[in-house]
Design a protein around this ligand. Structure first.
Ligand code: GLN
Length: 474
C-alpha cells in the first residue's frame, strides 16, 4: 500500500473502495513493526484500533454521510495527553502504571469526529528537553538517520509521521516542542495561539506556555485537526471563547508581508547550511511576489534566560503534585511522610526534571523572586510588546525553527545549557502566546531535513495555515 500523506487522499481512497479503514490500520501497524528500532511507540493499541476501524467501516457502509470529518485519520498521541483508561506517563518513571480516568478535551473531540488513536508515543520526560533523550523509555531515533535525535520534546510524534506510522500526531509545545522536532524530521509542526485548544487533559509543564500542537504531513491536515480540537472548554479557564474559524478553507491569497530579525538569521549560533537554506527560502518567497524585509529585534538574547526562569518556576509548582501519594510511583519502606515524598520523587524523576524543579524552586524563593521571576516576567512583557509592534506592519515573522539540523544521539547529554540555547528561535511564540508553524524547506548538505518557522499574530491561524498551504504550490 502506498503511503497516504493527506487526509483528503485517504478519504478519497476509502470512498472509492480502494481501501477500508481496517486495511489502513493494518498498514500502519505494519509500519510500526517495521520501525521498532526507532523506538517511537511506548504502547500500540492494536486490538482497539482494529476494532474501531471495523466499526467505522460498518458505519460508512451503512451511510457514507454518517461518518465524522476525521474518518480515516489515524493518529498517535504524545505521552502527555490523557486518553481515558489508557496509561499516560509523560516519559517518566514517576507515572509508570498510571491510567487516566478521563480523556483530554482535544482527544474527545478527535474521537467524536471518528479519528482512530493508534498508540502512545515517546517524548522527553514531562516534555522537558529538545532531543527526546530525557525519556525513561530511552531515546527515539530520527528516521532520516537513526544516529541522530528527532528533536524534542514531541520527538517521537514527529517520527511517527515522518516514518509513515500514522497520518498525524498530537503533541504539546511549551517552547518549541512541536516545531523543532518537525524541522528535524522534515514534517509540518503547528502550535496554535495560547488558549485556542483546551489544555484539559494535557499533563502540565509550564501552564502559561503549554499548548497542544499538531504534527502532520501538510498544513491542510493540521488545519483540519485544529478545526476539530479548537474552541471553548469549560474545563480550561484559559481556553478562548472565540468562535472557531474554518481554518482549512484557505482564503489568504494576497502577497504577504513578512519580517525577519537580522539578529536571528545572523546569529553566531546559526549553522551555515541552515542559514543558506533559510535565505534561499526568502528569495523564493520574494520571487513569488511576497515582501520579506529585515526588522530590528533587540531582545533575542534575553528570550532563553527569561523562558528558562519562567518555565522552571511554573514546572516546580506543577510537578509538586507528584508526591508518591496521589499518582504513580511510591517508594517502599519509608519511615515517615517526608521520606515518602523525598524518596518517591528522587526515585521517580530523571536528572533533567530534577534540575528544572530545583532551578524553578530557586528562582521563586524569597530573596530571589524579584531578581529572577519578576524580572523575567518584565522581559516577557517587553518581548510581547515588540512582537506585537512588528506584527502591526506585517502578516508574519519568519525565523529558523532551529539554528542547526538534528544532533547526534548523546551530543547534548552533558551540556544542558547548549541544549537550552538551541531553543532560541522557537520559544518566542510561547512567550507571547502567538501561533507558529514549522515547515520543511529542504535538505542540509549533511542529508538531514531543515525547517523554517512562520509566526503570526494572536488568533491569526487561518491566515497562517492558508499561507503555509499556498507555499506548497509555489
Ligand atoms: N526544549 C524546550 C524545553 O525543554 C521546549 C520543550 C517544550 O516545548 N515542551 O523547555
Amino acid at each position: 500500500m502506498s503511503k497516504f500523506t493527506s487526509l483528503s487522499d485517504t478519504q478519497a481512497a476509502i470512498s472509492t473502495g480502494k481501501i477500508t479503514c481496517l486495511a489502513l490500520v493494518e498498514h500502519y501497524l505494519e509500519r510500526i513493526e517495521a520501525t521498532r528500532h526507532l523506538n517511537i511507540y511506548i504502547e500500540v493499541y492494536e486490538a482497539e484500533a482494529r476494532q474501531r476501524a471495523k466499526e467505522l467501516d460498518e458505519k460508512f457502509a451503512q451511510d457514507p454521510a454518517s461518518v465524522g470529518g476525521l474518518f480515516g485519520a489515524v493518529i498517535s498521541l504524545k505521552d502527555v495527553i490523557c486518553y481515558a483508561k489508557h496509561e499516560v506517563t509523560a516519559g517518566s518513571k514517576i507515572l509508570k502504571g498510571f491510567k487516566s480516568l478521563f480523556s483530554a478535551t482535544a482527544v474527545e473531540r478527535l474521537l467524536a469526529e471518528d479519528a482512530i488513536i493508534i498508540g502512545r508515543v515517546n517524548c522527553d520526560e514531562f516534555a522537558m528537553g529538545s532531543t527526546n533523550e530525557t525519556s525513561c523509555y530511552g531515546p527515539t531515533r530520527n528516521a532520516a538517520d537513526p544516529t541522530k535525535v528527532p528533536g524534542g520534546s514531541s520527538g517521537a510524534s514527529a517520527v511517527s509521521v515522518q516514518a509513515g506510522t500514522c497520518l498525524a500526531s498530537i503533541g504539546s509545545d511549551t517552547g518549541g516542542s512541536v516545531r523543532q522536532p518537525a524541522a528535524f524530521c522534515g514534517v509540518v509542526g503547528f502550535k496554535p495561539t495560547y488558549g485556542r485548544i483546551s489544555r484539559h487533559g494535557l499533563l502540565a509543564y509550564a501552564s502559561s506556555f503549554d499548548q497542544i500542537g499538531i504534527l502532520a504531513n501538510n498544513p491542510k491536515d493540521a488545519a483540519l485537526l485544529l478545526e476539530v480540537m479548537a474552541g471553548p472548554d469549560e474545563f480550561d479557564a484559559t481556553c478562548s471563547k472565540r468562535p472557531v474559524e474554518a481554518y482549512s478553507e484557505f482564503n489568504f491569497d494576497k502577497p504577504a508581508k513578512i519580517a525577519y530579525f537580522e539578529t536571528a538569521l545572523n546569529h553566531p549560533g546559526m549553522d551555515e547550511g541552515v542559514k543558506k537554506l533559510t535565505f534561499d527560502f526568502i528569495e523564493k518567497l520574494k520571487k513569488a511576489g511576497h515582501s520579506v524585509e529585515p526588522v530590528a529585534f533587540d531582545y533575542l538574547d534575553f528570550i532563553i534566560p527569561a523562558y528558562y526562569v519562567l518555565t522552571t518556576a511554573e514546572a516546580s509548582s506543577n510537578l509538586s503534585r507528584y508526591d508518591g501519594i496521589r499518582f504513580g510511583h511510591r517508594t517502599v519502606g519509608a519511615k515517615d511522610i517526608h521520606e515518602v515524598y523525598k524518596k518517591s520523587r528522587t526515585e521517580g524523576f530523571g536528572t533533567e526534571v530534577k534540575r528544572r524543579i530545583m532551578l524553578g524552586t530557586f528562582v521563586l524563593s524569597a530573596g530571589y523572586y524579584d531578581a529572577y521571576f519578576a524580572k523575567a516576567q518584565q522581559v516577557r512583557r517587553l518581548i510581547l510588546e515588540r512582537t506585537e509592534e512588528v506584527l502591526q506592519n506585517v502578516n508574519f515573522i519568519l525565523m529558523p525553527a532551529s539554528p542547526t539540523p538534528a544532533w547526534n544521539i548523546g551530543e547534548m547529554a552533558d551540556d544542558p545549557v547548549a541544549m537550552y540555547l538551541a531553543d532560541i528561535f522557537t520559544v518566542q511564540a510561547n512567550m507571547v502566546g502567538m501561533p507558529a508553524i514549522a515547515l520543511p524547506i529542504g535538505q542540509h548538505s549533511c542529508g538531514l531535513p531543515v525547517g523554517v518557522q512562520l509566526m503570526a499574530g494572536k488568533f491569526q491561524e487561518a491566515e497562517l495555515l492558508s499561507f503555509a498551504a499556498g507555499l506548497e504550490n509555489e
